[in-house]
Design a protein around this ligand. Structure first.
Ligand code: IPE
Ligand code: IPE
Ligand code: MG
Length: 250
């Protein structure tokens, strides 16, 4: 993938990450139960995956379930777990046929064994695909991911395989859940909320943020295009005084 430079400011971001928010409010506004908003949110996810491919985006990360979402009432958590099962069972073949490579970030521990198996199956089946990488953040928290990475490095040091002095940004980055993927260039959050909610804390250090009022079940190609247009108008400096290409940021 060629890096963005000041001369090709119209190029699409390599990696877009989306905080899919507002399902509950979408349902409430229609007098429907929250789960109906989540169900419709899966349709918006399908639209987003198709649009990302069309827009030439290489990697799309979506926040499906946060480490903090376990605080929700048990029936809602159960519904969201069921929705993930159905999404993988119903959509995996189609995603695979479309050349989508599925990756999962987040803690496996705490998820039901059959869900872990489904996620592993989705990753294994699509590992060689190269059209679009779809990263699903599930049972994911940025702080937990960084803490897990620190623990992995500490084990290496304790085992004598790594010196403490060798721990730098690159080493910590390599210990994260998906070290081979580029950092997100653009983070989109729907529903009008303006916060990260523990999403990609390390990776979004220099991301551009676009907050849209659209509730996630209504998110469509036009919203995605609007976010990309906003991104294209931004000048990324990465600490410099002039615009710098993203790939040379660090
Ligand atoms: C996002 O919609 C979906 C998940 C967090 C799983 P919400 O369920 O957070 O919807 P609101 O924010 O309550 O409207
Ligand atoms: C973030 O949304 C998590 C996902 C979209 C999966 P939340 O709705 O859980 O975030 P808060 O609680 O409003 O910050
Ligand atoms: Mg929410």
């Amino acid at each position: 993938m060629t890096p963005r430079t000041p001369d090709d400011a119209g190029a699409p971001p390599r990696h877009v990450a989306i905080i899919m928010d507002g399902n509950g409010r979408w349902a409430k506004a229609r007098g429907l139960p929250r789960f109906e908003g989540h169900r419709r949110g899966v349709e918006a996810l399908r639209r987003a995956v198709r649009a990302a491919s069309e827009f030439g985006i290489a990697t799309l990360t979506v926040y499906g379930f946060s480490a903090e979402n376990w605080r929700r009432p048990a029936p809602e958590v159960d519904y969201l777990m069921g929705l993930l099962r159905r999404f993988v069972r119903n959509d995996l073949a189609e995603l695979h046929a479309a050349g989508v490579r599925v990756r999962i970030i987040g803690r496996r521990a705490g998820l039901a064994p059959d869900i872990v198996a489904l996620l592993d199956e989705a990753q294994a089946l699509t590992a060689a695909n190269d059209a679009l990488t779809l990263v699903v953040a599930f049972n994911y928290g940025g702080r937990q991911e960084i803490a897990d990475a620190a623990r992995r490095l500490a084990r290496e040091v304790a085992a004598g395989r790594l010196s403490a002095e060798a721990i730098d940004e690159a080493a910590l980055g390599r210990a994260l859940d998906a070290p081979d993927l580029p950092d997100p260039d653009l983070v989109i959050r729907t529903s009008g909320e303006r916060r990260l909610s523990n999403f990609l804390l390390w990776q979004a250090a220099y991301a551009e943020f676009v907050f849209l009022p659209t509730l996630w079940p209504d998110f469509d190609r036009a919203d995605f295009a609007a976010a990309l247009a906003e991104y294209a108008s931004r000048e990324r400096r990465f600490g410099d005084v002039v615009a710098r290409p993203a790939a040379n940021a660090s």
